[in-house]
Design a protein around this ligand. Sequence first.
Ligand code: AMP
Ligand code: GLY
Length: 426
Amino acid sequence: MNILLLGSGGREHALAWKLSQSPLLSNLFIAPGNAGTSSLGSNLSLTLTDFGSIRLAVIKHRIDMVVVGPEDPLVNGIHDFFLADHALRHIPVIGPVKQGAMLEGSKDFAKQFMNRHGIPTARHRTFDKLTIKHGVDFLHTLNPPFVLKADGLASGKGVIICETCDDAVREFTHMIQDSRFGAATNKVVIEEFLSGTELSVFILTDGVSYRLIPEAKDYKKIGAGDTGLNTGGMGSISPVPFADEIFMQKVEQRVIIPTIQGLFTEGIEYTGFIFFGLINVNGDPFVIEYNCRLGDPETESVIPRLKNDLVQLFMAVAGKSLHKETISVDPLFAASVMLVSAGYPGAYEKGKYITGEEKISDSMIFHAGTGLDHVNGRLVTTGGRVMAVTTMGVTMQEALAKGYQNIEKINFEGKTFRNDIGFDLS
Ligand code: AMP
Ligand code: GLY
């Protein structure tokens, strides 16, 4: 089978690494990919929102299945585009149709969906330009801190947490009136702040049945102790010790099953991953957000623990026979630490030579912002998040200790990382 994987981050390198281990795979194409994926398949230089070019590449390379890594093409309807095209409609797309992707593409849609299906989430209301005054009144009914969310996709920057009501009123008004995140802020969700520990739970579904794959915890802040600015993710750990059997049973009964049944009864055909961003409030799970894809950098610690043949699982999704598959998980801990460019998540320089990867044998390196120098073919940095170093161990501490030793062997100018991944879990 020929597979086209869309995306270019550490998540996609981890997926490519896993797909390439399958005897069911013939040729793997990654678009646009990175230097890491180029050693596992052929990178194609495509823009992920240019469905016409993707169509041509799918036909040219006789692609049998498309796996979508990031949310943008899904929210923009790539799956619907395939279904509407005579030449493409028989090709399975792993990733939901646009309406399913709305669980991530619109916070208001997700909240209304959760209300309809009794799924636990923070108390909330949605406002637009015409109802700003009601939004201000609603803020006065809540206790600090205050959570404001842009309705649409805002590259992970759409959530603002304000400590005082005055700040929240000012920020809320600014978000809507001045379209702070463009069309994403045509509507703004105001919600109650929930206090607890977050985790990311993932399922793969064929729309009827689902399978849990390992959960993870990610570390979003740039600084040690979860301080400083938000990033795309600085590391992840899997499994999450507090996600024990009792907690996960609550997650399945209260969140996952009602979500799958809700999608089914609403006629939304969902094939692919659902990422439940949850918060554990005194032992009870609440949904912070849905995503219509795997997380990054969670994937870099989740996928190495999955023992199944991923192509086989995707074929089962396409054939609606996922109920016949049994998930097998490595009991070892996986710890993934992201190496980033100096200055990230602010301005940073690119084009720094990366050395030392070949000296590492007992960690996996998943590339994110890497490329090959046009002139000499050497590995260089091309982004803020450069690569994830994932290490397995009997305990989280063992995995991290080995991982941090290996990180010392990798060098590029400005190499930056958090040295306390997992600090809150031991
Ligand atoms: P989201 O994009 O919805 O995941 O929100 C980004 C981050 O904001 C989350 O990972 C949480 O850390 C935080 N957050 C969002 N909603 C809430 C809430 N209701 N209570 C507490 N923290 C929240
Ligand atoms: N790690 C969070 C995300 O992928 O959105």
